[in-house]
Design a protein around this ligand. Structure first.
Ligand code: NAD
Ligand code: WQD
Length: 340
């Protein structure tokens, strides 16, 4: 068993990963500045697992806090989720994204180096692939210039980490390229709780279902896809969380820097998501077609063969679970972690 530092552990994917780490018997230390999350997710993770974790409310850009953390805890490896992820905001305030996502990662790896910790799992994204690649996307395909500044920060950090590992073979780094995480823990106690109007499809859809929003806007029905709406690879957040444990086991034993796609390999359209959500959950989802959203591609889904072969990971959940679990979380927590 290992002691794992989870940056951004109070967030959506981080909190689910904390549950899986604690369940597997690891010790967990979380650092999060709560800029996009609530500490309630961590107390609920503790309740779900009947285990304790250590929480430091702090910023990964604060070297003093990081040094103190590494002195107090004998960390074996780091899972690095902390970062900003709002695509639209990254276009309006690029420097905020460069500072947090790129600057924050540099500060973290410097502190890791000072502490002699060289095992890292990084939250990357399918957005790093060049848009001219046809799906299924595999890790040997070229990366490109992402259409937004958020994606750009992921590409820069990937490249930085690759160069770091090439220069110093003490490093062992996993770049996990997530496709579209959805769903929630089966209990409905933790889940995705975005601030303001959701950018992403699933939280928007569940907020329509719970009556917080009137109807779903489907961005474009004139794509070159079977029903004209965008096709994506939705992956259950618990499967995604478990991919981190598999990557961790792999990286604890090997050196270098390597990328793995984390998706199911199935392309599902927006209309299919909406229709299946109604069918699986028995709730009505009013919708309208509106023009395409700028920067969206028609189709993106993974070739996940490398993760299955090398990490010993396998997604367990299908679309019906993703839709049922997203709804179960939203229904039980209509206002997210804000219970008032
Ligand atoms: P999230 O916003 O729920 O979690 C990120 C967490 O990091 C939040 O708790 C936030 O408070 C914290 N944080 C941000 N900046 C910080 C800083 N400087 N110091 C300390 N804590 C900080 O997002 P998520 O969906 O759980 O995503 C986790 C990671 O996965 C992010 O890096 C994101 O870019 C990446 N990712 C997410 C998706 C997705 O669709 N959700 C897809 C691909 C990659
Ligand atoms: C999915 C599909 C939309 C909302 C984004 C980031 C990516 C990664 C995951 C972090 C698309 C359509 C959406 C709505 C809609 N994040 N849609 N109505 O754009 O695939 O990926 O999140 O790394 O970097 O770009 O996800 O959930 O926003 O959209 O019709 O109200 O749903 O057009 O086809 P996306 P999404």
């Amino acid at each position: 068993m290992a002691k794992i530092l989870v940056t951004g552990g109070a967030g959506y994917i981080g909190s689910h990963t904390c549950v899986e780490l604690l369940t597997a018997g690891h010790d967990v230390v979380v650092i999060d500045n709560l800029s996009n999350s609530s500490a309630a997710s961590l107390s609920r993770a503790e309740q779900l697992t009947q285990k304790k974790l250590s929480f430091i409310e702090g910023d990964i850009r604060d070297a003093t806090v990081l040094d103190q953390l590494f002195q107090e805890h004998s960390i074996d490896a780091v899972i690095h989720f902390a970062g900003l992820k709002a695509v639209g905001e990254s276009q309006q305030i690029p420097l905020r994204y460069f500072d947090n996502n790129i600057g924050g990662t540099i500060c973290l790896i410097r502190a890791m180096q000072r502490a002699g910790v060289f095992k890292l799992v990084f939250s990357s994204s399918a957005t790093v692939y060049d848009e001219s690649n046809a799906s299924p996307l595999n890790e040997d395909m070229p990366t490109g210039m992402p259409s937004n500044n958020y994606g750009y920060t992921k590409l820069i950090v990937e490249q930085m980490l690759e160069k770091l590992a090439a220069a110093d073979d003490q490093w062992s780094i996993a770049l996990l390229r997530y496709f579209n995480p959805v769903g929630a823990h089966k209990s409905g106690r933790i889940g995705e709780d975005p601030n303001g109007i959701p950018n992403n499809l699933m939280p928007y859809l569940t907020q329509v279902a719970v009556g917080r929003r009137q109807k779903l806007s489907i961005f474009g029905n004139d794509y070159d896809t079977p029903d004209g709406t965008g096709v994506r690879d939705y992956i259950h957040v618990v499967d995604l969380a478990n991919a981190h444990l598999c990557a961790l086991n792999h990286r604890l034993k090997t050196q270098g820097c390597r990328a793995w796609n984390i998706g199911t390999g199935n392309g599902i359209s927006v209309k299919q998501i909406r229709d299946n959500f109604e069918k699986v959950n028995g709730v009505e989802i009013p919708f309208e077609y509106v023009p395409r959203r700028e920067g969206d591609v028609a189709t993106s889904f993974a070739d996940n063969a490398r993760a299955i072969a090398e990490l010993g990971w396998q997604p367990q959940y299908g679309l019906a679970d993703m839709l049922a679990d997203s709804w179960n979380w939203q229904k039980q927590n209509p206002n997210g972690f804000n219970e008032s």
